[in-house]
Design a protein around this ligand. Structure first.
Ligand SMILES: [Zn+2]
Length: 98
């Protein structure tokens, strides 16, 4: 079912699929929709938009914890990931993988 409300409404929303959410240990109920969210990157201060579809992917496909929010722009996220990958590699040297 498609609900069209107003015209050219900037707000973009995507329905939440609660069955796929990783809600952790909480009893609060999830919102019904994802909305584009604005934030400032914690590393470089760049103003970014975390779109509704990115949120859906993160929460429902990537299994991200539902109350985790985006704090870094794409560039800083990639840097951070490289940093973590390096740390993991070093860590694995002395640790058997699960
Ligand atoms: Zn950044």
């Amino acid at each position: 079912m498609k609900i069209v409300r107003g015209k050219d409404k900037k707000e973009k929303r995507i329905r939440v699929n609660p069955d796929k959410l990783n809600m952790g240990n909480t009893y609060s109920s999830p919102p019904q929709y994802y909305y584009d969210a604005e934030f400032d990157c914690v590393d470089c201060g760049s103003h970014e938009i975390w779109t509704a579809s990115q949120q859906k992917w993160w929460y429902e496909e990537a299994g991200g914890y539902f109350f985790a929010v985006a704090v870094r722009c794409r560039e800083c996220r990639e840097k951070e990931r490289e940093r973590k990958d390096d740390a993991r590699k070093n860590h694995k040297a002395g640790l058997k993988s699960k």
